[in-house]
Design a binder for this molecule. Structure first.
Ligand code: NAP
Ligand code: MG
Length: 399
């Protein structure tokens, strides 16, 4: 059988720990046998980020701007313990944060539904997509440990030299401070990409934040969505039979639990980070969720929403065979290859991406699952290890 060729590369970003192992296995077992992979490779594994003083992360993001499509493996965001473990020069920032701040886009996360796994909330019959603003907020914050009494101020010096200052707090003792920002342009791009996504999927759009407390900050988000909706999107939404509405985030959580799902739920960066884990877990597992970052220039970055599965990696290092779920990482690849195919008019590549996703679903429907999914099924199948799962998927790929 001749392999499918690719005219244009996708940007491949390798990562850390167990997901780095999965990455290589997925390529070997499920991709390379079928596709002449054309990738521009960036090693975002922590040792190489440290070696390059994190330049590799910036270069990878620039490459996504050039080639439009990237696929990323999970990576370690170092904390103090990782600095010791990997003897790092510095506690490098989150690679996802760095890439997102360069691409300035929205992350759409959607659970992968299967017949065999019932959501924890039985009324959720349709998937809920979390649309997470992928730019700034606390992921680009400036923090300060306050050692003792003093005045904390918010100071802004305009380009014309004009100064504005507000007192944040008069510290009577030690404490802590945080400064965050966002930009009109990024917020507007966020709103626009959410409206476009909801229209393309023909699903209702909710946006929620906390503008009763953050009157200026969250107020700007709310106003931006409203302005754009009234100025451009209302007629298109009405024609498509879908709705947009804003509600406070606490109200949204309550409504969501009582809903049947199906909506696209737009959230600020941190809210989206937290809520996407809640949504994915409620639908089954973090490893059963797709995640794509889309920006206004039409760049797409696909990844798994879960981390590097450290606990499994340590078992792997001891020589154990682990039952780590590769589905989200496989879908990161199928998302990227499918999008590459769509942008390049490469129908064979699109078909392959769909066929591989179907093979994953067929394997699961046939009861071949990793431990995390077996635990969610009734009756519970005997879980297989990762290698056996990949082999079962490979058997089911039909071109
Ligand atoms: P994690 O890697 O998502 O794993 C947390 C737990 O969830 C695992 O121990 C495992 O539970 C379960 N799990 C997650 N993915 C799984 C999979 N594919 N198959 C089976 N079980 C899975 O989160 P973490 O342990 O908090 O973080 C580990 C590292 O990942 C950290 O260094 C963090 O910085 C990084 N991280 C990276 C990203 C990213 O690059 N997108 C996102 C989040 C975290 P059991 O052990 O109970 O089986
Ligand atoms: Mg998270």
């Amino acid at each position: 059988m001749s392999k499918i060729t690719m005219q244009t590369p996708v940007v491949e970003m390798d990562g850390d720990e167990m997901t780095r192992i999965l990455w290589a296995e997925i390529k070997k077992e499920l991709l390379e046998p079928f596709v002449e992979l054309n990738t521009e490779y960036y090693d975002l594994g922590l040792p190489h980020r440290d070696e390059t003083e994190d330049r590799v992360t910036v270069e990878a993001a620039e490459a996504i701007k050039k080639w439009k499509v990237g696929v990323k493996c999970a990576t370690i965001t170092p904390n103090a313990q990782r600095v010791e473990e990997y003897h790092l020069k510095k506690q490098w920032k989150s690679p996802n944060g760095t890439i997102r701040s360069i691409l300035d886009g929205t992350v759409f996360r959607t659970p992968i539904l299967t017949e065999r796994i019932k959501p924890y909330i039985p009324t959720w019959t349709k998937p809920i997509t979390v649309a997470r603003h992928g730019y700034a907020d606390i992921y680009r914050d400036t923090e300060m440990r306050v050692e003792g009494p003093g005045t904390a101020e918010l100071l802004f010096t305009g380009a014309d030299g004009a100064v504005r200052r507000e007192t944040v707090y008069e510290f009577e003792g030690p404490g802590v401070l945080q400064g965050c920002y966002n930009k009109d342009s990024s917020i507007e791009n966020f709103a626009r990409s959410c409206f476009e996504y909801a229209l393309s999927e023909k699903r209702d759009l909710w946006f929620s934040a906390k503008d009763t407390i953050m009157k200026q900050y969250d107020g700007l988000f709310k106003a931006s969505f409203e302005r754009l909706y009234e100025a451009e999107y209302r007629p298109r939404f009405e024609a498509a039979g879908i709705t947009y509405f804003y509600t406070l985030i606490d109200d949204a959580v309550a409504r969501l639990v009582r809903s049947n799902g199906g909506m696209v739920w737009a959230l600020k960066n941190y809210d989206g980070d937290v809520m996407s884990d809640m949504i994915s877990t409620a639908f089954g597992s973090l490893a059963m969720m797709t995640s794509v970052l889309v920006n206004a220039e039409g760049c797409y970055e696909y990844e798994a929403a879960h981390g590097t599965v450290t606990r499994h990696y340590y078992r792997h290092l001891k020589g154990e065979r682990t039952s780590t779920n590769p589905v989200a990482t496989i879908y990161a690849w199928t998302g990227a290859l499918g999008k590459r195919g769509e942008l390049d008019g490469n129908a064979a590549l699109c078909r392959f991406a769909k066929a591989l996703e179907q093979a994953v679903l067929d394997a699961i429907a046939g009861g071949v699952v990793t431990g995390d999914l077996a635990a969610l099924m009734d009756p519970k199948p005997v879980p297989v290890d990762t290698a056996a799962f990949l082999a079962a998927v490979r058997e089911r790929v039909r071109g």
